[in-house]
Design a protein. Structure first.
Lengths: 298, 541
């Protein structure tokens, strides 16, 4: 036994782990774009959590005395047609964007994960039926499907979350299923089955943890997509409703009428949407590179 | 001599200058025939049947195909009492038989676009459909003719309207621009639904085609009953739901005019971009946004809560600021502001919700809410229509106003069909945006919306006091009497608070300067026959 222990110690030398900040810096250097994306995500999270502290004004309070004021020392990004501070509404809008983005992405990806793994695990008729349903849902572009759902359910924050979640489910299910199909053939799944474990235990304890990489990548990508979809639906007047601060809604109220006379009204929410989606996409790409062993080696 | 010569030269030069200027002015004022007017329309056409529809989406492209019995004076459409004969002959008739009989003489030689001659039987058939429609046949302005007992056509050129009682509201009701005159032959042969999808009128233009989502085309009617008109060879009504598209169409000269109206910012941008190539016409608008309260839903079944809603709204500040960003402006009561029957400023300020002291009003609103047991931060559903101008702008403002008295309205903005379903059929709202938009200014008919029994009152209310006052108002003969009863009616309706007026609309129509002859009216439904519109120097093409 002592000989065996010595042999193992010889084979695997003791790892000298760098402190976390050194590892973090290494990560930033390896993935500068991902780090930039992560920084945007962090800023958004910070703004969301500390909106009340960071925001100089009430995001919904109308103040006609300050209507359409150009950016200045008091209103860094100017004010809108109702005299509301645009910076404040962008900060609070981050809360709306992240709430819709994370909720829709998390629920959509998780349901897709369960459906995809179950589809791969059970195979046969169940897989066939699920995949054809997935085919049908995937035949519609994201925005069209979301529009159809919100047109049926009506506008409002919760309905927007549902409308965005539904198109994500088949997308995640399809990707996860392809990974799960390979895992299904690995002997430990057979072993679990031979030991008499139930389907749910095999799926949740043995298969799901092994498809977490594609799941996490989809999740982060979906957050960006969800923010964009929420903005699109709100821009079309079908999403979040006034006076709630939401970037798409701010754009909708300002893009047409004030593009010339008060360009700051549409420009800043437009920039916020662009930055957020860009940030989440970069972060998602970096995450994929880190979690994919083939890409990690490069 | 030198002095005389110089004087002479100056006189001749001045004379010549004036003569040239005068000639140019006369030339510019003389209608020039030809061209096709392109205009943009924001809304869709639900059907072609004017008797049923209430939207300018139908009115603007379809009205030029039809004639009316009488119409507002196209040269003076702002005057609420100036009417001219269209299909009738001579002047608009005076009432006889103690104010209960109107006899119209019909012009001879008029034909429908399919060649059928027009007679008084067509007028009778048209008004029978509008006033006495069979069950199941919709007629949006049936209530305007409550005073009419019967319509007769004693000969081919005479139509007689017999009234139950004298009413000053009758003639304006006849001039309503949706009262398209249909052919009796079409109604008899095809039934009352035929005009929803087919067009056959006697109007200045003949229908060519309607491509939904694109355009409606009309061409000049060579047999039109006003000689020399229409001036244009035709028109093209371009469908453009997005405001940006409509603005850019005019800026890019793809369209010459939009007849509904633009917000002030759009006007300013267009004026800055086009300068003297643009003419802007503005007018008060016989259209008002309201908040309608569902009186069947607690706590809004309590009059104190309803009164608190109207007391919370600062209409004067709203007018000052919203008029800079939306198509609303004028503070007024139930009657179109400026009309002889409208409340004076002094009278207005005595009404609930119209005090200049907004802090006192809001303090009273809070007290009423407390008395009624409504908690601070009380949430309720506020139904609004997904149309920016002015619905969403006014809706957002109202949310802010109600929050100032401790309420927390949850605005749900819906596309028009769902909005109407909520307001008119499902009644699943606490408070909703509503509107009272009329064409001809006819206050006695227009204020009927505040009757609980009115078909277009969606508050599900019951108020006998308001009903009784309206019945008295309908029968009032002199202006003084009408005015006095109108004040009582207005106070009773606003105190009851099942509906509250917000701000009256303000119409702004920027259009290409070469479009002549069209005069703005206090309604986007009025003066849309286009028979007197023309373009200078062939600029319409």
């Amino acid at each position: 036994m002592a000989i065996a222990q010595t042999a193992i110690e010889n084979i695997v030398p003791e790892e000298t782990r760098d402190p976390w900040y050194v590892q973090f810096w290494g990560l930033v250097r390896r993935q500068p774009l991902g780090a930039a994306g992560g920084l945007v995500v962090l800023i958004m999270l910070f703004a969301t959590i500390f909106a009340e502290v960071l925001s100089p004004y009430d995001p919904e309070m109308i103040s006609f005395e300050h209507m359409l004021v150009a950016p200045n020392a008091d209103f860094w990004m100017g004010t809108d047609a109702f005299g509301r501070d645009i910076l404040t509404r962008i900060i609070y809008g981050a809360r709306t964007a992240l709430f819709v983005g994370f909720t829709a992405a998390f629920v959509g990806s998780t349901l897709g994960l369960i459906l995809g793994v179950a589809s791969a695990y059970f195979g046969g008729i169940f897989d066939l039926v699920v995949q054809r349903l997935v085919d049908i849902l995937m035949a519609f572009p994201l925005i069209v499907l979301a529009l159809a759902v919100v047109a049926t359910l009506g506008a409002g924050t919760l309905n927007v979350v549902i409308a965005i979640t539904i198109p994500f489910i088949p997308q995640c299910a399809r990707v996860v299923r392809s990974s799960a199909l390979a895992i299904r053939e690995i002997p430990y799944v057979d072993a679990a089955r031979a030991l008499g474990f139930g389907h749910s235990r095999i799926i949740l304890r043995h298969m799901v943890p092994n498809v977490m990489a594609p799941y996490l990548i989809m999740l982060t990508t979906f957050v960006g997509h969800a923010i964009l979809l929420e903005a699109s639906l709100s821009y079309l007047g079908l999403g979040v409703q006034e006076p709630t601060a939401a970037w798409g809604l701010m754009l909708q109220g300002g893009a047409e009428e004030f593009a010339e006379s008060a360009p700051w009204v549409p420009i800043f929410p437009g920039l916020a949407i662009t930055l957020a989606v860009f940030g989440f996409n970069l972060f998602g790409d970096a995450l994929r590179d880190l979690l994919d062993p083939r890409l990690r080696a490069r | 001599m030198k002095k005389i010569t110089r004087k002479f030269v100056i006189s001749v030069a001045t004379g010549a200058f004036l003569a040239v200027g005068l000639t140019a002015t006369v030339m510019a004022a003389t209608p020039q025939p030809g061209g096709t007017l392109s205009f943009v329309v924001a809304s869709k056409i639900p059907s072609y049947d004017g008797h049923q529809e209430t939207t300018f989406g139908m009115g603007h492209p379809i009205r030029p195909f039809y004639s009316l019995l009488i119409r507002v004076n196209p040269e003076n459409p702002a005057d609420p009492a100036d009417f001219k004969c269209d299909l009738c002959e001579g002047d608009v008739p005076e009432a006889t038989d103690g104010g209960t009989k109107y006899t119209f003489k019909i012009r001879s030689g008029i034909t429908f676009h399919d060649g059928t001659p027009l007679t008084s039987a067509d007028i009778k058939a048209t008004y029978d459909k509008i006033i006495f429609p069979p069950e199941g046949v919709p007629s949006s302005r049936k209530a305007f003719f409550k005073m009419v007992d019967s319509v007769e056509a004693p000969d081919a050129n005479t139509v007689v309207f017999n009234l139950k009682f004298p009413s000053g509201a009758f003639i304006p009701a006849v001039a309503t621009p949706f009262n398209f005159v249909y052919s009796k032959k079409d109604l008899d042969a095809h039934g009352y639904d035929w005009h929803k999808k087919n067009i056959n009128g006697t109007g200045p233009y003949i229908f060519i085609e309607d491509i939904p989502g694109q355009h409606v085309l009309g061409k000049k009617n060579p047999n039109y009953h006003f000689e020399g008109r229409p001036y244009l060879d035709g028109f093209k009504a371009i469908s453009a739901p997005k405001m940006a598209v409509r603005i850019n169409a005019i800026r890019g000269n793809q369209a010459s005019i939009e007849f509904r109206g633009f917000p002030p910012k759009a006007r300013d941008d267009m004026v800055n971009a086009l300068g003297d190539k643009l003419t802007v016409q503005e007018s008060d608008w016989n259209c008002v946004l309201m908040s309608t309260v569902n009186t069947k839903r607690p706590p809004f079944d309590d009059i104190r809560v309803r009164q608190a809603l109207t007391l919370a709204v600062d209409r004067y500040a709203g007018s000052k600021y919203l008029s800079q960003i939306a198509i609303v402006k004028t503070v007024g009561g139930l009657v179109f502001p400026g009309h002889p029957l409208a409340a004076s400023q002094e009278e207005l300020e005595q009404l609930i919700g119209y005090s200049r002291d907004i802090e006192a009003s809001r303090a009273k609103a809070r007290a009423l809410l407390k008395e009624a047991g409504v908690p601070e931060g009380f949430k309720f559903v506020f139904n609004n229509r997904g149309v920016d101008q002015p619905y969403k702008v006014v809706g957002t403002w109202l949310v802010d106003q109600w929050r100032k008295v401790g309420l927390d309205p949850q605005q749900t903005v819906k596309p028009s069909p769902q909005f109407y379903a909520t307001l008119r059929k499902q009644f699943d709202f606490d408070v909703s945006i509503d509107f009272n938009c009329q064409s001809v200014i006819n206050p006695i008919a227009d204020v009927s919306k505040f009757l609980c029994s009115a078909g277009n009152n969606y508050s599900q209310c019951e108020s006998q006091e308001v009903e009784d006052l309206y019945n008295t108002l309908m029968r009032a003969e002199t202006l003084d009497e009408q005015r006095s009863i109108m004040r009582q009616y207005e106070k009773a309706a606003l105190d009851f608070a099942s509906g509250a007026i917000t701000l009256w609309w303000y119409k702004i129509n920027p259009h290409r300067e070469y479009v002549k002859g069209w005069k703005i009216a206090p309604s986007h439904y009025l003066n849309q026959h286009l028979d007197n519109v023309w373009c200078t120097d062939g600029k319409c093409s």
